[in-house]
Ligand binder design. Structure first.
Ligand code: ZN
Ligand code: ZN
Length: 310
């Protein structure tokens, strides 16, 4: 299942020919609080983890928990990492799975680290679902004895939904500046902002990173710029261009689409509140920040790197 999204209110490349060729497909994840299974794609959900493989622990000498007063380094016992993402190839075929793998696992140490921009420390694993499922699967993964609650996701189902997007912070240098007046003109005449309709800032796979600050593309040791793998952001759309049509209640519907009776509308309105609370993995990630993961699919061991901003 994927979500239905509203049609783009204008054809980006017809109105702004300079952006031709800059559209990229991204897979929007739409995390919703839930009870994902161990064989399902999820954010913050249980991982299909082989019982005979040690759970990753972080023993970074300087990692700290910001809410401790006074701030002190955590340790020396290593801290268990927390599951952040499990994505199966059947749900997100666009992910650059290395040969022989069809599951991506992302975990991170939920403490602050001075390397990596003062944030969590992610780790990436690629697995073969059948091979793991054929053996014994870890039932009770360890939980961290110290963590920053802003970086521990609640279990969420995902609904990977493919969409075409255009660059925001990644607009080629000079182009963003020269297009500014045209973006303003489009917004005035059509009532839609380029940045609201063509750009996404939410948890997603591929496409453009959901940068909140300036782009910081990491370079691989092979000398090439890494590819964007996954963005995990504190913000998710609750309305507008990127809020799924199939999750809208009558209150959100366009005028003329209202067909329910008052009673139905009331119950829809109540359920809307409940649904609204279920949106997102619940992490504030600092000041509504984002964590961006990158990989080099050209190097044999699929090296990865991350960047955090807020
Ligand atoms: Zn750590
Ligand atoms: Zn490389």
């Amino acid at each position: 299942m994927t979500h239905r999204l509203p049609a783009a209110p204008f054809d980006v490349e017809a109105l702004i020919p300079e952006l031709a060729g800059l559209g990229r497909y991204t897979t929007l994840l739409y995390p919703r609080q839930g009870d994902p299974g161990i064989r399902e794609s999820s954010l913050g959900g249980p991982l299909l983890w082989p019982a005979d493989e040690p759970w990753p622990l972080c023993d970074a000498p300087g990692h700290w928990q910001p809410l401790r007063t006074p701030t002190e380094v955590v340790g020396p016992e290593p801290v268990a990492m927390v599951p952040v993402a499990q994505l199966f190839a059947r749900d997100v075929p666009e992910l650059p799975f290395p040969a022989g793998t069809d599951v991506l696992h992302v975990l991170w140490c939920p403490l602050m680290h001075d390397d990596g921009g003062g944030a969590v420390l992610p780790r990436v694993y690629w697995r073969d679902e059948q091979a793991v499922a054929a053996g014994r699967v870890l039932a009770d993964p360890p939980v961290p004895y110290a963590y920053d609650e802003e970086f521990v996701p609640r279990p969420c189902t995902v609904t990977p939904t493919r969409a075409l997007e255009y660059p925001n912070a990644d607009l080629p240098e000079g182009l963003g500046r020269s297009l500014g007046p045209r973006f303003d003109e489009i917004e005035e005449t059509l009532g839609f902002s380029y940045f609201e309709t063509a750009v996404t800032v939410q948890s997603k796979v591929g496409g453009y990173p959901a940068w909140l600050q300036f782009p910081q593309w990491p370079e691989c040791r092979c000398g090439r710029r890494m590819d964007h793998l996954l963005s995990v952001t504190a913000t998710e759309p609750h309305e507008g261009r990127w809020f799924p049509l199939d999750e809208r209640t009558q209150d959100d519907a366009a005028p003329g689409e209202r067909t329910t009776t008052t009673t139905e509308a009331q119950s829809e309105s109540e359920s809307e509140d409940a649904d609204d609370d279920a949106i997102g993995h619940g992490m504030d990630m600092g000041d509504l920040g984002g964590l961006y993961l990158f990989v080099c699919p050209r190097c044999p061991d699929t090296p990865y790197a991350h960047h955090y901003d807020c």
